[in-house]
Design a binder for this molecule. Structure first.
Ligand code: MN
Length: 233
């Protein structure tokens, strides 16, 4: 999914998302962020997997709340179209990787709730919004043993970057936590019923100094599942 520039009224894309997919052997395309669900759904039909990028805050309406702060910026069209993406990924068991907002969106769409603003609503000593450069590691996370992320990375604790002001409050009843920050905040989750529906709160497309290879593994796994799906049909 493309990002949305509310000042230029234009879609845009950070190269890291595309590069991550290309390095893993996949072919990234940017979906049309348009009002026609029919056109959008047709474009989805060309895809073997979906990456939900970062971006504006998820509309609180999605998890049954009113917007509590004026600084929250939403883009309801994205919420609407990403609901179609998530439905399709679940229905056809296609791989989906949610990054930052992508994880938050998955959680809200699947029945969870969000902190609308971490500094205002969640007391923590950890800075989840690191100063530039954004790619540098900001805080550590603990991987939950026995989850696919811990199998994949073969680590107990890794350093991640962190550029989010929202976060998961109540985890969706059908998602399972794969990693937490030391303040308890969920930093990765997955849908155990499906092959690869994962979300991470950090930005693997901006590999930091410490866990570059680990982030590449996430892209590789995502693309491998997309390729497996393609070979089947
Ligand atoms: Mn964080």
């Amino acid at each position: 999914m493309p990002l949305w520039d509310e000042y230029k009224n234009s879609i845009w894309m950070l190269p890291g998302y595309m590069d991550g997919i290309i390095r893993a052997g996949g072919l990234p395309i940017i979906l049309p962020l348009c009002g026609s669900e029919e056109v959008f759904s047709q474009a989805l039909g060309m895809c073997d997997g979906f990456l939900l990028t970062g971006g504006q805050d998820v509309s609180p309406a999605l998890y049954g709340e009113e917007k509590r702060y004026n600084f929250i910026t939403t883009y309801p069209l994205r919420d609407k179209l990403e609901t179609i993406v998530l439905d399709r990924a679940i229905e056809l068991d296609l791989p989906l990787l949610g990054i930052c907002r992508g994880l938050q969106f998955m959680n809200a769409a699947l029945g969870g709730t969000l902190y609308q603003d971490i500094p205002s609503e969640f007391g923590t000593a950890i800075s989840h919004r690191n100063a530039p450069p954004k790619s540098h590691a900001s805080h550590d996370i603990l991987l939950e043993p026995g989850t696919p992320l811990s199998y994949l990375l073969q680590e107990k604790r890794i350093a991640v970057n962190s550029t989010h002001h929202q976060g998961i409050k109540r985890l969706s009843p059908i998602l399972k936590c794969m990693a937490r920050a030391f303040d308890g905040l969920t930093e990765a989750a997955y849908l155990p019923l499906k092959k690869f529906i994962w979300g991470v709160q950090w930005h693997p497309e901006l590999p930091d100094l410490y866990c570059n290879d680990l982030n590449e593994k996430i892209f590789e796994t995502f693309v491998t599942y997309a390729r497996l799906g393609r070979n089947k049909y």
